[in-house]
Design a binder for this molecule. Structure first.
Ligand code: NDP
Length: 342
């Protein structure tokens, strides 16, 4: 679409994700464009607006946010704030009559997520949660392979998301601002992938948390969680996330007649897919190469297309709400019951 016909986005919160990934990704969008910024840091907002051709009058701060209502260029509000602020800004955006794209995790709790779904429904605006991996070509290819059925019944999934998280002075270590530790921040990718790969909802969960006792970063939130999800078909997903282990973001599926490995499944880039299968008596391993597509651009274009076509997004608020319900069950299980000690 020519720029004038593209759907206008207001970015709320100019942190690392906005500055390093989302704003550059608009350059690869076909239907979305940035038209407004919301920031608590005016000098930064002015510099960013200039760089991306956004009008000065379209810069807001958190207090003046509600006047986005009077800016018809803004159709979508993209909430890229610390997790604990997603609920408030989604509700305020809905009250201003704007569609909402909300970063993951959707909120701090399932109750907040539920309110966000209801507020957007009542205001007649769309709500999408930014699960970028559901727009990423290698993950989608893996799901297509599962659905095609040629590899038979999936038995096990293994999903890991680990990265070493830096110093203590950041919102990710605050329960109020982050909702939790490694689970909602990065373990959520494993959980969401287990659900969207399988197309099923878990019926049983098991979880263990481990955090170093004397590390000030883990006074309020967990460092590491290992968890297991069991699905109605019998598929079991083994997942792990940690702020204390070197980066690894791979996903593996083991099926009756083959396996699928997606390396870097949850990373911003650098995915690859290997597939093993048995055809008759032959056994083959194949590496699939797909065209690169910036997954942030794909995600923002998807939201824009939903607005243009009046369609529901692929990952609506209900999708985020369901993940919060499962995460609460995981915390509950980690608290209330452990394995049998030997
Ligand atoms: P940052 O800490 O880098 O940025 C957050 C921004 O929010 C700040 O720069 C600031 O922007 C604004 N802000 C407002 N109030 C506060 C506050 N009290 N404390 C800190 N910041 C505040 O975070 P990220 O960009 O890494 O993460 C933002 C959101 O995006 C989170 O929900 C996170 O989970 C999600 N995320 C998603 C990723 C994905 O791949 N989909 C990857 C990384 C993050 P300003 O100065 O403009 O006011």
């Amino acid at each position: 679409l020519p720029p004038g016909q593209r759907v206008g986005f207001a970015l709320v919160g100019l942190g690392r994700l906005s500055l390093e990934e989302l704003l550059p990704a608009f350059g690869e969008c076909r239907r979305a464009r940035p038209v407004a910024l919301v920031s608590g840091t005016p000098e930064k907002a002015r510099a960013v607006a200039e760089q991306y051709g956004i009008r000065r009058e379209a810069i807001y701060d958190y207090a003046s946010f509600d006047s986005i209502r009077d800016n018809p260029d803004i159709q979508v509000v993209y909430v890229v704030l610390p997790n604990g602020m997603h609920h408030e800004f989604t509700l305020r955006a809905a009250r201003a009559g704007k569609h909402v794209l909300c970063e993951k995790p959707m909120a701090n709790t399932a109750a907040e997520a539920q309110e966000m779904v209801e507020a957007c429904r009542a205001a007649g605006v769309k709500l999408m949660v930014a699960y970028r991996c559901q727009h990423e070509p290698y993950n989608r290819q893996a799901v297509d392979l599962l659905r095609a059925g040629e590899l038979g019944r999936p038995r096990f999934m293994e999903a890991m998301n680990t990265q070493v998280q830096g110093e203590v002075a950041q919102w990710r270590f605050s329960k109020a601002l982050a909702g939790g530790g490694a689970l909602p921040d990065i373990g959520l990718y494993c959980l969401n992938a287990a659900r969207f790969y399988s197309g099923e909802e878990p019926v049983e969960v098991f979880a263990r948390i481990d955090s170093p006792r004397d590390d000030p970063r883990y006074r309020e939130v967990e460092e590491s969680m290992a968890f297991m999800l069991r699905f109605p078909s019998g598929l079991i997903a083994n997942c792990a996330c940690s702020y204390g282990a070197h980066e690894s973001k791979d996903l593996r599926v083991r099926l009756e007649k083959g396996w699928i490995d997606v390396e870097n499944a949850f990373a911003y880039r650098g995915q690859s897919l290997r597939l093993a299968r048995r055809v008759g008596k032959a056994e083959g391993i194949e590496e699939r190469r797909l065209g690169q597509r910036n997954q942030f651009a794909a995600e923002m274009d998807h939201m824009a297309q939903c607005v243009l076509a009046g369609r529901a997004p692929r990952t609506p608020g209900e999708e985020g709400l369901q993940d919060h319900r499962v995460m609460e069950a995981l915390y509950e299980r980690a608290r209330s019951g452990g394995p049998v000690g030997l």
